[in-house]
Design a protein around this ligand. Structure first.
Ligand SMILES: CCCCCCCCCCCCCCCCCCCCCCCC(=O)SCCNC(=O)CCNC(=O)[C@H](O)C(C)(C)COP(=O)(O)OP(=O)(O)OC[C@H]1O[C@@H](n2cnc3c(N)ncnc32)[C@H](O)[C@@H]1OP(=O)(O)O
Ligand SMILES: NC(=O)C1=CN([C@@H]2O[C@H](COP(=O)(O)OP(=O)(O)OC[C@H]3O[C@@H](n4cnc5c(N)ncnc54)[C@H](OP(=O)(O)O)[C@@H]3O)[C@@H](O)[C@H]2O)C=CC1
Length: 515
């Protein structure tokens, strides 16, 4: 019997961010491996016209939870959706709910965050720093609390190249930042944001670093641990390979590439692509929850959940495998044939953006106008290129994360726990994982039917013919313009034509002689 699984049985667990990518996989695994847990409280806000209950209902009835229903048929009764908005004071939780949470919770998993790179500093601080502080305050009033697990990111210190499992302080104290956000207006915040984030690329990584400082400062005598995953990707094994449901990280780029919108990127092919499957992160998180509660380490331990130092893969290999999978399993209704040119040079990248991205969009919009439709491709392309430029920082650098605590924890697990809560990324076969990732993007994210593959392949053949036709026409027009203007070009042209004529005459004569 798994020690970790039995540890969670009978427990009341509080999860923030349970409606997010990682939160859903965390809940799924908990219910599947510890079906006798007491209750999972999740802090949920209404969203997109759905009440909190409707959101939970939708999650529990999704494909991800199919296996859970077999092992835990009463899963609906074991999940308690608590109305909460982490942007509000006391999270806008009702008094009764708060009372129940404070008196019953044994373990807290804090996953909620804003992961947008371009979020306004005020909002990013509110969610990634202030809400973390408030949640810690709540946790400190929980008499039955055994462990508080905070999910951070391996990129919270991406301004460094070698990162240890320690907290690196930011120059300005989080408390000062929180206070200043209350009285500074947006214009001033915009002005000071670049100075505050310093050599970090965005408000996300900066506020996640501040969040870690808050955890350290407010830990009191609670058992706390911090997990730092790198770029979280689709599931590797559980509950089935390739599950993914949002566009963050590489998923959005995989779609953009598969649909032929994005055909080149400023990326370093040899740079380490530090991807980590979401089920690996969840397994480590549950193991850390158990270890922190049972072994009560004296200080707050930080666990890097990364792949680069144990089983490195690079962006070049990843891009190649993504394309190879699209050869076999193309996406439907592609705009152009998929391609992946990686360039490290800014000028070359701008050239490809003009030729490979903007020009086809303009031509397509022209065609839409001609056929009486509203042009839209240029707008889509500009937005895509803006979003891609935000990711470029991460695909042109390599980082080294030490993983002593993660490896120590692995060695502490029984063979059964190492199997059930496997986070040993050395066993990951990248080519297989990427292929499943691409298939998962097609099936679970785009909801495309596998029966449509022959039609998708046919469509790509048509696109290839259009491409050849277009290039031939372009060449002929360019050549015609050139020979109209240059004597030299005319001489070359007559030389080629007479050479071809002589060659053909000789060929015909020699074949006649043979007969
Ligand atoms: C040559 C081609 C190369 C490709 C080859 C194949 C690819 C494989 C090789 C890959 C090479 C490159 C891979 C790059 C990987 C990048 C790594 C990223 C590094 C992460 C490091 C940090 C890790 C973390 O800790 S954080 C988690 C990651 N966070 C993110 O990824 C956030 C990034 N996203 C954003 O910041 C924003 O979403 C942004 C700026 C990209 C988009 O903002 P924008 O304002 O343009 O859009 P929205 O208005 O927000 O949305 C428009 C529309 O889309 C819907 N939507 C947005 N996000 C999501 C989502 N995550 N899931 C689902 N839907 C989403 C949104 O609802 C809107 O829909 P509407 O219907 O219009 O409302
Ligand atoms: N994805 C990645 O590549 C990585 C993620 N991480 C970290 O992992 C954690 C989980 O990330 P991930 O699952 O990918 O992120 P998602 O964006 O998928 O999920 C974020 C979660 O936070 C919730 N949330 C956001 N704002 C509020 C609010 N005001 N009130 C209540 N809930 C709110 C969201 O709820 P709602 O559904 O209502 O919006 C959602 O459940 C984060 O801490 C992130 O920093 C770390 C490294 C990489």
């Amino acid at each position: 019997m798994s020690m970790i699984a039995s540890f969670y049985n009978g427990k009341s667990i509080l999860i923030t961010g349970a409606t997010g990518f990682m939160g859903k996989v965390l809940m799924e695994k908990l219910f599947r491996t510890s079906p006798d847990l007491k209750v999972i409280y999740i802090l949920v806000r209404p969203k997109a016209g759905q009440t909190t209950q409707q959101r939970v209902f939708q999650i529990l009835n999704s494909k991800l939870f199919e296996k859970v229903k077999e092992v835990c048929p009463n899963v609906h009764e074991k999940i308690r959706a608590v109305y909460a908005d982490l942007n509000q004071n006391d999270f806008a939780i009702s008094k009764e709910d708060m009372q129940e949470l404070l008196s019953c919770t044994n373990i807290v998993f804090h996953c909620a965050a804003t992961v947008r790179f371009d979020d306004h500093l005020r909002h990013a601080v509110q969610l990634n720093v202030t809400a973390t502080q408030q949640l810690l305050l709540m946790a400190s009033q929980m008499p039955k609390l055994e462990a508080f697990i905070h999910i951070s990111t391996a990129f919270s210190n991406c301004n460094l190249t070698h990162i240890d499992e320690v907290i690196y302080p930011c120059p300005v104290e989080p408390k000062q930042i929180i206070d200043s956000m209350e009285w500074l207006d947006d214009a001033i915040i915009d002005e000071i944001t670049p100075k505050l984030i310093g050599d970090r690329p965005n408000t996300y990584t900066y506020t996640k670093a501040l969040g870690e400082m808050v955890v350290q400062q407010e830990s009191g005598n609670m058992n706390i641990a911090i997990i730092r995953p790198s770029i979280v990707g689709a599931t590797w094994q559980e509950p089935f390979p390739g599950w993914v449901d949002n566009l963050n990280g590489p998923s959005g780029l995989i779609i953009a590439a598969g649909k032929g919108f994005l055909r080149s990127i400023r990326a370093t092919p040899m740079a380490v692509a530090d991807l980590i499957p979401v089920d690996t992160v969840v397994n480590l998180t549950l193991a850390v929850g158990w270890y922190t509660a049972v072994h009560r380490p004296k200080s707050t331990l930080i666990y890097h959940c990364t792949s680069g130092n144990l089983n490195p893969c690079n962006w070049g290999k990843m891009g190649f495998q993504v394309l190879a999978t699209f050869e076999k399993v193309p996406l439907e209704r592609a705009f152009r044939r998929p391609n992946a040119d990686f360039t490290t040079n800014t000028i070359t990248s701008q050239y490809w953006n003009a030729v490979s991205h903007r020009a086809p969009a303009i031509i397509y919009d022209f065609y839409l106008r001609l056929t009486g439709r509203k042009p839209r491709m240029t707008k889509v392309m500009n937005r895509l290129l803006r979003n891609v430029s935000m990711l470029e920082y991460f695909v042109n650098r390599s980082w080294e994360w030490s993983t002593h605590n993660t490896e120590m924890l692995m060695s502490e697990l029984s063979p059964e726990d190492q199997r059930v809560f496997n986070f040993d990324v050395r066993q990951l076969n990248w080519l297989e994982y990427i292929e499943n990732y691409v298939l998962g993007v097609k099936k679970y994210l785009l909801k495309e039917d596998m029966a449509g593959i022959p039609e998708a392949k046919q469509h790509l053949k048509r696109l290839r013919n259009i491409h050849y036709l277009f290039n031939t026409a372009l060449f002929l027009i360019a050549w015609r313009l050139l020979i109209a203007r240059s004597q030299m070009a005319r001489n070359v042209w007559f030389f080629i034509v007479s050479f071809c004529y002589k060659f053909l005459s000789y060929f015909r004569a020699s074949s006649t002689l043979k007969v």
